[in-house]
Design a protein. Sequence first.
Length: 457
Amino acid sequence: MATSMHTWDDDTNRFAHAVIDYAVERVHLAKDTQWGAHPADVLQAAIAHAVAPQGVGGLEALRLFREVLLPACRPMDDPMNLAYVPTAPSVASTMFDLVVSASSIFGGNWEAGAGAIAAENQALRWLADLAGFPPDAGGVFVSGGSAANLSALVTAREVFTQRRGGRPPRYTVAVTEEVHASVRAAARVMDVDVLPVHTDAHGRMTGAALDAALHEHEHDSVFAVVATGGTTNAGVIDELDPIADVCQARGLWMHVDGAYGLAALCSSIVRDRFHGIERADSFGVDPHKWLFAPYDSAALIYRDPRPAAATHAQHGAYLDAVNRGDWNPSDYAYHLSRRARGLPLWFGLATYGTQAYTDAVDGAIRTAASFADEVSARPQFQLLLPPELSVVLFTRIGWSSEQYAEWSKRRAGEGRYLVVPTSWRGEPCLRICIVHPLTELGEIVGILDDLVSYQPA
């Protein structure tokens, strides 16, 4: 009967405890590093019986997930997963995510989720303070950097339109080739043009290059500049303060995409490299990357949240009862229904204290710097850039793209480590990104030994 989905009986008790026990096991025990994608037809055949009129029961569904589905997923939180930007959720934040799901909290407006929103706002305040934002700054947790960038740019466009007194023939946003792909995707969704800004030898946007690009642009249609606080490919920080000078002089919205790198605002080592972030109009950072929260969570923070609320707040007869004087997170991004996805970060901060986050981020930065020194000391390798954060780009001298790809695929299949090739200035290379506090220097130095001894096919 349909009501069995919402009642508690002996069978429900058994499978519920089995699920919780397995969740604890998953947090406590290392995942198999040989796990990874399986062919779609194999997976579909294995679970073909699962979704049926009578179902298969909770224990069988859990078995299918445990034995068939999860082993077909990459373990993103393994300390030797060094590709893309991995994740390293803390025990506290992961376990509390179960509580968030079990609590059925609507995090869209204050009336429904005041307690959760108060905690989320405390976590947002910590981030805003790290950036040097004013006391009335505020924002919202969204699903990821893509949602944060899109929501900030939609706000920026509306502010520009209001200031201009109307719409230009086309809107334009200024970015570099190193900007995250989600920013260009947001431009496509918004149907706005992209003004390319040249980067320096380190891949950074500079104030001078931005000013030159804007000067050469024929039309008064640029409404925002997206700088990056730690590029995904190279971990490079744009010249934020000179960029802010240009934006201020020209009346442009300055958004800083720091999905990966702005976690280092809490660092005691590199905080000064973000000088100028305090002048931005908005920024985004993903706790599920380098702030040790589970997927999916991105913090979007506005210097002045009022234009965001004017832009994004949704209205309708069914929403007339919402008190617009309260802090309603749904008003600050392009969403209405929302999970209180900032709670796991808040719980982690409350559990361990902010100093633990500083120590963990500093540890990754030191490990990356030591690994870069090791690369530089070996004649078989070339360090392409001194790391600013925890990304290291380097080459195995003489190797081709095909050789990198072969080595990477073989070692990933063996479950030894995940290191995915990339390119820098058109040159194929290897890239590691360290976020996990348990990533050991000795282990990643072993990758260099392996690259020296490896014989490509």
